[in-house]
Design a protein around this ligand. Sequence first.
Ligand SMILES: [Zn+2]
Length: 330
Amino acid sequence: MINKEKAKKSYQMIQEMSELIELSCIELMAVLYDIKPALADLLNFDNFDHSYIKKLNRVNELCKKLGFKLAVSKYKFIVNSPRGIFEMVDMNDKRKGKLSVGVSKDINIALEGVELYYKKTLDSKDSRKFGEVMGYPKCCLDFGDYLCKNSKGDKKRDPNNFGFANPAVESLKRSKNFAWQLNVFSYPLLSYYPCNLDCKKSISYVDKIFDIFNEVDSGRVRRNKLILKEPATLYWTCADKILLYGDFYGDFKNSEIKYNKAVSEISSGEFYQSNDSKFLNNLNNIYKNIEKGNKLIMTSSYFEIYKDKKRIIKIKKDNQYVPVLVKPNK
Ligand SMILES: [Zn+2]
């Protein structure tokens, strides 16, 4: 059992950290309670000026109190689409970029996290090493190798998914069941893609996180569980999806939902520094049609949006898995 009072105090500091530089509270707590050895992420910022440095200094202070070591990249990164890899540029480059950061109880691991965060986009060996440093399960590291191998310079390369063949869809293809804890199609607590959507090690990781959060913020646990369990997701990539709430029937291939609420998470426009406007317009157009309707039918070759019995639009798919309509079944 954890010491509840101490956990609450730590959680407050972690929330402050998270507000300052948008790091995930969940991952910070996971590092604090040794559920994982480190986290690494990219930070958005406008200018690397005095006020931003002040923020980072405050974060560093909080890290010291929590027993964390913080590492920050000396370069910034431009996340490009359709290239799917990061371009490393000097801090004084005029273009907007991101910093990579690592947090761990061990400074060497934090530093390694920062370095590998960039390198992993270039080389599959570094990608696996990054996963090892972050403590991902071996079965899922092997799956990561598969993703890398199948994403090199051929048709499977998906430029809108960091150059990988769509990882969430690859997990889906290998799954008989879909556990809500591993809902990589909504707001996953995992920072990697599981080898399948019923991976026992990954489920146990998520369950441990919920156990810790039950002690410090039960409201958050309720909200997180709701968003993992409730919506079905119309999913193109991790940066572009639409959540649909309502009655869902069917399986991974053919499904249908009568929905009463739709939430657009079409965000690749903000995520990437360069974008295909035709692709984005198309997605936003689909969302507009969804807002007019209340039912969506998905098949492997097309999907349709209805308002009651009247069909609003039928959209052909080039790929059976783009998009998919999915919801956990356990
Ligand atoms: Zn696994």
